[in-house]
Design a protein around this ligand. Structure first.
Ligand code: COS
Length: 396
C-alpha cells in the first residue's frame, strides 16, 4: 500500500509526490516488469548482466539519472536529481531488484565523474555509461577499511618512469560491486603522507588497465561483488577526479547523494513485501476465515504499512532537501538510509513470517527479497555509521 496512490483528489501536502511523479513511478514499474525482469531472469547471479545494463540505457533510464551527460563539456555537477534517483530505484525495486541494482551501480560508479571529473573525463566515459555500454563501479572499501573509510591503504606512489605527474597504484579493494567485470572504476587511493582523510585522492581507472586484476566473491547478495588487486597500476594527472588530496570529499559527497536512494531501494522492497503479505492474508484461510481477520495478523500488517510509509516520507524528504540545496544533507541522507533499510528488513521478515514455509522456497519473491534486503544495512555505510553521522550533526 502507498498512501500517495490512493484514489481521490491529489494530495497537496509538502510530503506528497505530485501526479507526474506518481505516474512516472507506474510507468517505471511497468517497464521493469515487462522489459527488465525477463532480462534479469536470463542473467547469471553474481555476474554483471550486460544486456540488462544496455537496456537500462536504451530505455533512457540512465539518461534520466544523468541528464547532463558531460558530452558537451557543460556544467554537470549537481545535475543528478536525488528525487529522480530515488523514484527510479524505488519503482524498479518493486518489480525487479536486479535492474534496480544495475542502475544504481552505474550511478554510484559514474557520479564522481559527473561531480568532480574534467570535461575530457566526462566526454570519454559518460556517453558510454549512459548508453549502458560501459559498466561503472565505485571502489572505496578495502579488507582493512570498511566503515573507517579514511583508513584506506591502497597506495599511490609517484611513478619514477612517468613524466613526473603520475602514480602507480598498489594494494587491494574488497567488496566492490560490479568488480571485477566493470569497464571503469572510481578508485580511492592514498597519495602523499597526509594522514587519514586528507591523504586520499580519487582516480578514474579503466578496467583493462595493466596490473589490475580481481576475482568474484560469492555473497548472499545476488548482485556481482568482487575484489580488485592493483599491482603497480599506472595513473596520470589526467586520471585524477577533482584534486590530489581531495578524494575523501569526492567519496562523501557521492554517498550523500546515494544514501537516500539506498533507502528508496529499501522502500521499494518493503512495498513489494507488504503487497505480497496483504494479498496472502486476504486469501489464505486458517481457523475458519481469512488470515487478515485474525487481529494478530491485521495489526502486523498495519505496523508494516505504517513503518513503510514513514520510511518513504523520510527518503522523499531527504531527496527533496538535497535537490533544494538545503543544509544538513549528510545527516538527512543518513537518517533516510538508516530508517528505510532497517524498516525494509523488518517488513520483509514479517512478510515471510505471515506467509510461513512457502516464502522460504527458492524462487519465491520473499525468499529473494529476504536475501536482497540484508546487504543495504551494511553497504554505503552500515547502520552504525549512519548513526555516527547523525549524532555528529547533533553536536555540531
Ligand atoms: N561532505 C563533504 N565533506 C565531508 C563529508 C560530507 N558529507 N563528510 C566528511 N567530510 C569531510 C570533513 O569535512 C573532513 O574534512 P576536513 O578534514 O577538511 O575537516 C573530512 O571529510 C573527514 O571527515 P570526518 O572527520 O567526519 O571523517 P571520519 O574519518 O570520522 O569518517 C565517516 C566519517 C564514518 C562518515 C566515513 O568514514 C564513512 O562514511 N564511512 C563509511 C564508508 C562507506 O560508506 N563505505 C561504503 C563504501 S560504498 S559500498
Amino acid at each position: 500500500m502507498d498512501l500517495s496512490d490512493q484514489k481521490g483528489p491529489p494530495m497537496v501536502t509538502p510530503f506528497a509526490l505530485d501526479p507526474q511523479q506518481r505516474a512516472w513511478r507506474e510507468e517505471l514499474r511497468t517497464l521493469a516488469a515487462e522489459r527488465l525482469r525477463p532480462l534479469a531472469a536470463a542473467g547469471e547471479p553474481g555476474r554483471v548482466n550486460r544486456p540488462l545494463v544496455a537496456t537500462l540505457g536504451e530505455l533512457g533510464l540512465l539518461a534520466r539519472l544523468f541528464p547532463a551527460d558531460g558530452t558537451s563539456g557543460g556544467p554537470a555537477a549537481g545535475a543528478v536529481r536525488a528525487m529522480d534517483l530515488c523514484l527510479l530505484r524505488e519503482s524498479l525495486a518493486r518489480e525487479c531488484t536486479e535492474a534496480e541494482t544495475a542502475l544504481a551501480l552505474q550511478g554510484l560508479g559514474a557520479y564522481p565523474v559527473v561531480q568532480s571529473g574534467s570535461a575530457r573525463q566526462r566526454a570519454r566515459w559518460m556517453p558510454e555509461v549512459v548508453a549502458g555500454r560501459a559498466v561503472a563501479a565505485f571502489a572505496l572499501s578495502e579488507p582493512a577499511a570498511g566503515s573507517d573509510a579514511a583508513a584506506l591503504e591502497l597506495c599511490a606512489e609517484p611513478d619514477p618512469s612517468g613524466a613526473g605527474d603520475g602514480w602507480r597504484l598498489t594494494g587491494e579493494k574488497a567488496w566492490i560491486s560490479n568488480a571485477p567485470d566493470a569497464d571503469v572504476y572510481t578508485v580511492f587511493a592514498r597519495t602523499g603522507q597526509a594522514p587519514g582523510s586528507r591523504g586520499v585522492t580519487a582516480f578514474l581507472v579503466p578496467g583493462d588497465s595493466a596490473g589490475l586484476s580481481g576475482r568474484r566473491l560469492d555473497m548472499l547478495s545476488p548482485h556481482p561483488i568482487g575484489t580488485l588487486t592493483f599491482d603497480g597500476v599506472p595513473v596520470g594527472a589526467g586520471d585524477v577526479l577533482g584534486v590530489p588530496g581531495g578524494g575523501f570529499r569526492v567519496a562523501m559527497r557521492t554517498l550523500d547523494l546515494f544514501r537516500p536512494s539506498v533507502g528508496a531501494f529499501a522502500v521499494g522492497m518493503a512495498r513489494a513485501a507488504l503487497a505480497a503479505a496483504v494479498a496472502h492474508a486476504g486469501e489464505r484461510r486458517a481457523f475458519g476465515g481469512p488470515l487478515k481477520d485474525l487481529q494478530a495478523v491485521s495489526h502486523q500488517l498495519a505496523e508494516m504499512a505504517t513503518r513503510t510509509e514513514a520510511a518513504a516520507l523520510l527518503v522523499y524528504a531527504a531527496a527533496a532537501a538535497y535537490d533544494a540545496g538545503e543544509p544538513g544533507i549528510a545527516a538527512r541522507s543518513a537518517m533516510a538510509k538508516l530508517f528505510a533499510t532497517e524498516t525494509a528488513q523488518y517488513v520483509v521478515d514479517a512478510a515471510v513470517q505471515l506467509h510461513g514455509a512457502r516464502a522460504l522456497r527458492r524462487g519465491h519473491l520473499l525468499e529473494h527479497l529476504y536475501r536482497e534486503v540484508r546487504a543495504p544495512r551494511i553497504y554505503e555505510g552500515a547502520s552504525e555509521v549512519q548513526r555516527t553521522i547523525i549524532a555528529k550533526e547533533l553536536y555540531r
